[in-house]
Design a protein around this ligand. Structure first.
Ligand SMILES: *[C@@H]1O[C@H](CO)[C@@H](O)[C@H](O)[C@H]1NC(C)=O
Ligand SMILES: *[C@@H]1O[C@H](CO)[C@@H](O)[C@H](O)[C@H]1NC(C)=O
Length: 620
């Protein structure tokens, strides 16, 4: 079984350090952009302190000091400053490994104004993770103040950089953390490996400080289901041969199955390791029960409240105090007791058994051996446990553009849009910009304004989708209301751009009224009297004449009357003509009728032409 040999070493010697297992060095990429001779992409290892720019990148120029090349002394003593002047690139300070803690080098570089620290390895070896010093009492408080990112580079890259610099070449590079964490989907899974022990010096203090500070953000992310969080607790086990020893009995529960180091490293006083295991188990069970009731975020409340109300130093680190806190949060105490079970019994505890299994690394994640450890999307987080830095890292674990709003809040803003609009597209008239400040630094992305999405590359152009484009700031076109009338230069068909409406002139962004009178565009007949109005004109006619708009001319009202009389005459004449024609036909028919009658009468008295009657009648 793994760990059996390591067990004794671990439990007696190490309180917080790593003791065995597979440790994965988290890397980010470093791109040398000049000089040509060393141009390329290299790997470097993220240090376990400072603030890596997860999700972002940083450009700078490398400086290797002439004196104090290990960075172990303050650069003030050498009157050197690496603060970047306006318009120049930030300084990445390259120092040699050795002679002092990595953290001290980083602190000295930061104090001198460097934007990042690069440590050149002194040996030819695979990259290692630079860690914080163990238990450095006294002047260790600067470790928490380190905010610059740090990276360890290989000996060969360090040598190449130094060679280029000594040849007076400028070495520029881009530190890139955008791929430091996987970001496959819209939910981030993260784990926090922690401990209920509150008496381990600066590490315990900074751990509980982090939990308190991060609680708010963690709960929002969890409640809105952006994240799935799981707390974890490391335990060791006692080899069977020692299970009944005094040491194992004071450090372990369940007959040596689950152990934790003694908080004071002294079995004879204070709390024992097994008190810590039981409180850890209670916290793990609290999470299990709260999660089952659909409120996993209550864990953050429980852990902070327990740290505040039940500290070891007040001798309240016990069951009774813990139960007060649990009750105040309204979580089912019976279920938690059931989950804890009997610590004296010679049986497995399902929760702690699962925790021990989870300690072993899976996939891209190494074994968890350092406390506290944060694992985001199955990668170990490196850097300071600081609210802003951790939030940035979690945010970079979301698939791009699916980040929750908290990732775009002030906590993680970089203010890059304030200068020159971040180089992004901008419409000054309507004050719409494509620049967005995010945890990744600035992005140029066409915006959504009043529910209308803009499309474009975000750098040179953005445009509202055609059908709705006039809805947003009138499509960037001119629009004005005056004298109760509104005119717009935006046309809601699929056309682009702006066009001044009839009666106006201009480029569409600015339109002005056309003075039809002055420009002699209308109302120009001799009798016409022109008056310009906004968007149109009025024309009237002198001497009782009438203006005909469509013909742009004046006509006499009398002419109008004559025309109608003429029409009447035409009708009368027409009627007369029709009447005359009718009379003529009538006369003709009468005559023809009389003719035939007379003929018929006469035929009775004298023989006439032999004409049949029917023909005559047919003619009539
Ligand atoms: C918490 O609950 C969710 C859903 O109810 C489940 O998917 C998840 O595995 C639970 N987590 C733990 C650690 O039990
Ligand atoms: C544009 O909008 C931003 C914020 O919405 C505001 O601070 C700025 O003053 C505005 N600028 C102009 C020219 O209206």
């Amino acid at each position: 079984m793994r760990g059996r040999v390591g067990f004794l070493v671990c439990i007696w010697v190490l309180l917080w350090g790593s003791c065995f297992g597979r440790f994965v060095v988290e890397k980010n990429s470093l791109k040398v952009t000049s000089p040509e001779s060393i141009k390329g992409v290299y790997e470097c290892a993220i240090g376990n302190f400072g603030v890596p720019q997860y999700g972002g990148s940083l450009v700078g120029t490398v400086v290797y000091p002439k004196a104090n090349q290990g960075g172990c002394k303050s650069f003030d003593d050498f009157d050197i400053s690496y603060k970047s002047k306006s318009g120049s690139l930030p300084v990445f300070l390259l120092v040699d490994r050795g002679d002092c803690f990595f953290t001290l080098k980083a602190w000295n570089a930061q104090k001198a104004g460097a934007a990042a620290i690069l440590v050149a390895d002194s040996k030819v070896e695979p990259l290692i993770t630079m860690d914080t010093p163990e238990e450095e009492k006294g002047d260790a408080d600067y470790v928490d103040k380190i905010t610059i990112p740090s990276a360890l580079v290989s000996r060969s890259l360090g040598d190449s950089i130094k060679k280029a610099l000594s040849a007076e070449e400028m070495v520029n590079m881009n530190l890139d953390w955008r791929e430091a964490l996987p970001h496959p989907d819209e939910r981030v899974e993260y784990e926090f490996w922690t401990n209920s022990n509150d008496e381990c010096g600066p590490k315990c203090d900074s751990q509980i400080e982090f939990v308190k500070n991060f609680k708010g953000a963690a709960q929002i992310l969890e409640q809105k289901e952006y994240t799935q969080f799981t707390p974890h607790y490391i335990t060791w086990y006692c080899p069977e041969a020692f299970a009944l020893s005094k040491q194992c009995k004071s450090q372990c529960i369940n007959h040596g199955r689950y152990c934790a180091p003694d908080p004071e490293q002294d079995f004879t006083r204070g709390y024992d390791g097994k008190d810590v295991v039981i409180q850890n188990l209670r916290q793990a069970c609290f999470f299990k029960v709260a999660n089952e009731s659909g409120k996993p975020w209550l864990w953050w409340d429980y852990v902070t409240d327990f740290a505040i109300r039940c500290p070891m130093k007040d001798e309240k680190y016990n069951k009774e105090c813990a139960e007060h806190v649990i009750k105040s949060l309204g979580v089912d105490l019976k279920k938690i007791d059931q989950c804890i079970g009997d610590p004296e019994a010679d049986v497995d505890n399902q929760v702690l058994k699962a925790e021990q299994d989870a300690q072993i690394g899976k996939g891209s994640r190494g074994d968890v051996t350092i406390l506290p450890t944060l694992v985001i999307n199955n990668r170990q987080y490196r850097g300071k446990l600081d609210r802003g830095a951790v939030l940035k890292a979690i945010c970079s674990g979301f698939q791009e553009t699916t980040e929750p709003p908290i990732c775009l809040s002030e906590d993680v803003e970089t203010n890059e849009c304030l200068e020159n609009n971040g180089g992004c597209w901008q419409d000054k008239v309507s004050n719409i910009t494509a620049c967005r400040d995010t945890f990744r630094g600035r992005v140029c992305e066409c915006p959504m304004v009043d529910g209308v999405k803009f499309f474009g590359d975000g750098y040179t152009h953005c445009e509202a989708s055609a059908a709705l484009r006039c809805e947003v700031h009138n499509g960037g076109c001119w629009k004005k209301t005056q004298e109760g009338r509104t005119y717009s230069a935006c046309i809601d068909d699929n056309s682009k751009g702006c066009k001044c409406p009839p009666g106006f002139k201009g480029d569409g962004v600015n339109c002005e009224d056309v003075d039809e009178c002055k420009e002699k565009l209308a109302c120009q007949c001799p009798a016409c009297k022109c008056k310009n109005t906004w968007g149109s004109y009025e024309c009237s006619c002198n001497g009782g004449l009438l203006y005909m708009h469509e013909h742009d001319t004046c006509i006499s009202k009398d002419t109008n009357t004559e025309v109608s009389w003429g029409f009447v005459w035409v009708i009368i004449l027409g009627l007369a003509a029709a009447g005359a024609a009718g009379y003529a036909i009538y006369k003709y028919r009468i005559r023809r009728y009389m003719d035939s009658e007379i003929r018929a009468i006469m035929a009775q008295y004298m023989p006439l032409d032999n004409q049949p009657n029917n023909v005559v009648h047919a003619e009539i």
